[in-house]
Design a protein around this ligand. Structure first.
Ligand code: DHB
Ligand code: FE
Length: 280
């Protein structure tokens, strides 16, 4: 059967991708961030799953705000890096896994998670920056990818609890796939940040640290947070962290924390990364 081996949470700050794409990672501003990512990359080098489910959000790039689904599974053979206004990132094409993606989709819908399905989807920084975080600059991404796009940008967003339950359902779906595949799952976005409005620039290390601590030892606590808690404590875009709950829901109750890294600021964002290994 297929098995979920580990999960990662990571911010998806577009400036991080731009720093890599433009050869600026050695600059003083970026050096501490990329130093902190070295153990992330070392772990990923030794633990490449056959398929990675990347839970991410589109930033009104491929979907306009008048055509938005709560949860969308990407079932295509391949996904193009999106043009976000200055040409697509020069990173490899993202290769999908249609068989597993359709299996998960069918299983979720028959178990009352009414997924939207995308047979064609350009993926923006929300998905490609986490790939760059994990794998640096390869010619080909070493894992196949199933994009799972979550609406975090337009009211009404799914609740943090619903996201966690979706992760639990994904795990059951993966484990009912007959082929022996290793599967990773990433929750992306966050941590605290607000890009516009009166509170632009909000960062909250206490909230972010508590959220990461809960991911390890009390994931249910993160499901009791409300949208208002996220917006008040972590800024409007801090709500992206609900996608980390999908990742956590897909893991075992007890997890091994492999690595954690937190750095403030990266662009307007508190950068956080955590790798959690399944124990059963
Ligand atoms: C930034 C962070 C994001 O999550 C995003 O989607 C866009 C920009 C930033 O900090 O610049
Ligand atoms: Fe974002």
């Amino acid at each position: 059967m297929a098995r979920i081996i580990a999960g990662m949470g990571t911010s998806h700050v577009p400036g991080l991708g731009a720093a890599m794409d433009n050869g600026k990672t050695g600059e003083p501003y970026w050096q501490p961030l990329f130093k902190g990512l070295e153990p992330v990359r070392a772990w990923h080098k030794d633990n490449i799953p056959d398929v990675t489910i990347i839970v991410y959000n589109d930033h009104a790039t491929s979907y306009s705000l008048d055509n938005y689904s709560t949860f969308t599974m990407g079932v295509a053979e391949e996904f193009m890096p999106a043009d976000e206004g200055w040409g697509p990132r020069q990173v490899p094409m993202v290769m999908g896994h249609p068989e597993l993606a359709w299996h998960i989709t069918e299983n979720l819908i028959l178990n009352e998670f009414d997924m939207a399905v995308a047979g064609s989807l350009d993926v923006d920084h929300g998905l490609t920056v986490p790939l760059s975080v994990a794998y640096d600059q390869p010619d080909v991404w070493p894992t196949k990818v199933i994009p799972l796009c979550v609406n975090v940008i337009q009211y009404p967003q799914p609740t943090p609890l619903r996201c966690y339950k979706l992760g639990q359902a994904i795990r059951r779906a993966v484990e009912s796939f007959p082929e022996d595949l290793s599967v990773g799952i990433w929750g992306t976005g966050g941590m605290s940040h607000q890009l516009g409005g009166e509170r632009a620039g909000v960062l909250n290390p206490e909230f972010d640290t508590a959220f990461m601590n809960n991911l390890v030892s009390d994931p249910a606590a993160n499901t009791r947070l409300t949208h208002t808690d996220f917006i008040r404590e972590a800024g409007c875009e801090g709500i992206e962290m609900i996608m980390w709950n999908v990742m956590r829901g897909a893991l075992s109750d007890n997890v091994n924390e492999i690595y954690r890294f937190y750095h403030i600021p990266v662009s307007a964002t508190a950068y956080g990364a955590i790798i959690l290994e399944n124990t059963d």
